[in-house]
Design a protein around this ligand. Sequence first.
Ligand SMILES: [Ca+2]
Ligand SMILES: [Ca+2]
Length: 84
Amino acid sequence: MKKIVAIVGSLALASGIAFAGEGHEKEKTAFNDLDQNQDGVITQSEASADEELVAQFTTADANQDGYLTPSEFDALEGEMEEAE
Ligand SMILES: [Ca+2]
Ligand SMILES: [Ca+2]
């Protein structure tokens, strides 16, 4: 029984990565996932991991400096949610 719990537990951890786009931690998780070098901004090449973000990148980059800050990213996420 303990073994099953351990297996289920590790599956949950593994699938947690796949489902990182869902749930309460959505925005933070998405930003940190996309910010591959953890410098606090998302570059266009980092954004290329997310097709939707690539399409929105120029719009989301409010000050047009070529980077998305967490607040620019949050604003974009807000707009996407309103659109749904
Ligand atoms: Ca980065
Ligand atoms: Ca910017």
